[in-house]
Design a protein around this ligand. Structure first.
Ligand code: BGC
Length: 450
């Protein structure tokens, strides 16, 4: 296999790894790619005009995805409409369940049955895993005709390619480390957006005293892990996050800093309402919207929910980076599975082309809460939260503080992610000490690594 240009090829000790485990050299490759990404983002500014792309007509495509909440459905509806407007036939296969765990199980079953969907919402190292199994079709001819290499951040282009050819197309860049808040609820206790975890805790204590739920949360493993990684970045900083959650360095995993991360998570556990267990993330967002809770810690798909409900950022809801430095990156993409038949192949190409068209990247991301994956889409129609995400992305890249999301499958193989989710969720739902959680995490990760 040819080595990927921008990310390291999987090492035998880390078979599914993207940006992960091991020697300094690998880290430098990742850092350089991230830095290059930042430079490109900085260089290509919003002044550039939307380009046009060659879109073919027709074809069939079955699309498996997990975008079923209000904001998500609106966003994927944009893709379906654009596809149908080009004469294509869209077969919708939504699998409910935030974070995509249920969708990934359904996908495995479909592939094993020899009947994969043509396009699948899939990301990060998962793309490489399926490519290595020989399960994917490439869309290289579309990518070459439309010069994708020139308009994608190198770090994303690398994730979309296998053996030097595009097998997936990215729709967006989501930021994970966000704090969402209801300004009216904060005003009740005279609080503003906290900028440190101590401030967060102090505000949460005031809210508790006033009988208000500080933190809207849904007790599902991927949501627990989302909060955990945001706290890990905030408490430990980007270098710690990189070592512990990306490189799986045992020293970092068992450090006092990791104990502090769990201590803060324990604090947060005290700030959720009694009915948090099993709650969907968008219902937690609705609690903030309706004034039933003050904050939610969630990626900017939460903004898609606020927007779908007609809420205005900075007025009806507030967005701020969660306390700490850095930026946790998550990017959605569609991956093309091996299907046969002229209509199906045509459908895959049409979808790939549409996903990467500048107009679609704008419309879709305005609804989804994310920012475009293409670097040449102007940001002038985007709201203050998206503009902040765009600016912070460039700044974090320049400062070596851009980190891939563990919880959202951008950093480590599914088996390793599974260990994080188990420990974090067990911790959240028991009185386990932080020290015991650290021990369990260290052992679990060793086990997953074989
Ligand atoms: C995906 C988002 C999605 C969220 C909740 C994340 O992993 O990247 O697109 O909205 O899960 O379902």
């Amino acid at each position: 296999m040819k080595r990927l240009t921008h990310i390291k090829a999987p090492a035998p000790s880390a078979p599914h790894g993207f940006l992960m485990t091991g020697p300094m050299a690998d880290r430098n490759v990742r850092r350089n790619a991230m830095r290059q990404f930042g430079n490109t983002v900085l260089a290509l500014t919003a002044g550039m005009l939307l380009g046009t792309t060659a879109v073919q007509a027709g074809g069939n495509v079955e699309v498996l995805h997990w975008w079923t909440s209000g904001g998500e459905a609106k966003a994927v509806g944009e893709l379906k409409n654009a596809f149908e407007a080009q004469g294509g036939t869209w077969v919708d296969s939504p699998i409910a369940g935030g974070g995509g765990d249920a969708a990934m199980t359904a996908l495995r079953a479909r592939v094993v049955a020899g009947n994969p969907p043509a396009a699948v919402q899939l990301k990060g190292p998962g793309i490489q895993e399926w490519a290595r199994e020989g399960a994917l079709n490439d869309v290289e001819d579309v990518a070459v005709a439309e010069s994708w290499d020139a308009v994608l951040p190198p770090v994303l282009a690398g994730i979309m390619k296998y053996d030097g050819e595009y097998v997936a197309a990215p729709v967006n860049i989501h930021r994970v480390d966000w704090l969402w808040a209801n300004p009216e609820v904060l005003a009740k206790v005279g609080a503003t957006m906290p900028t440190t975890w101590d401030e967060f805790n102090a505000t949460a204590d005031k809210l508790m005293a006033a009988g208000i739920t500080p933190l809207a949360h849904g007790g599902q493993p991927w949501q627990d892990a989302t909060v955990f990684e945001v706290v890990a970045l905030g408490v430990g900083g980007p270098a710690f996050y990189q070592k512990a959650l990306v490189e799986l360095d045992q020293e970092a995993l068992t450090s006092d800093t990791m104990v502090k991360v769990f201590d803060q998570l324990r604090k947060l556990r005290g700030y959720v309402d009694p009915n948090f267990s099993g709650r969907d993330w968008n219902l937690a967002t609705a609690m903030v919207m309706n004034g039933e809770a003050a904050f939610q810690i969630m990626g900017d798909w939460a903004k898609g929910e606020f927007l779908a409900a007609g809420k205005v950022p900075g007025v009806d809801f507030l967005c701020a980076a969660a306390p700490g430095n850095g930026y946790i990156l998550n990017s959605d993409s569609f991956t093309f599975f091996k299907v046969e038949g002229a209509d199906e192949l045509e459908g895959q190409k049409l979808l790939a082309s549409l996903i990467m068209s500048p107009g679609f990247q704008e419309t879709f991301n305005l609804a989804k809460g994310s920012i475009p994956a293409r670097i040449d889409v102007p940001m002038d129609k985007f709201d203050i939260c998206a503009v902040k995400s765009h600016e912070d992305l460039a700044a974090a890249t320049a400062a070596n503080a851009l980190e891939p999301s563990m919880a959202h499958e951008m950093a480590v193989p599914r088996t390793v992610r599974g260990e994080f989710l188990d420990v974090v969720t067990n911790f959240f739902n028991s009185d386990m000490s932080s020290e015991d959680a650290v021990k369990a995490l260290s052992e679990g990760i060793k086990r997953a690594q074989g």
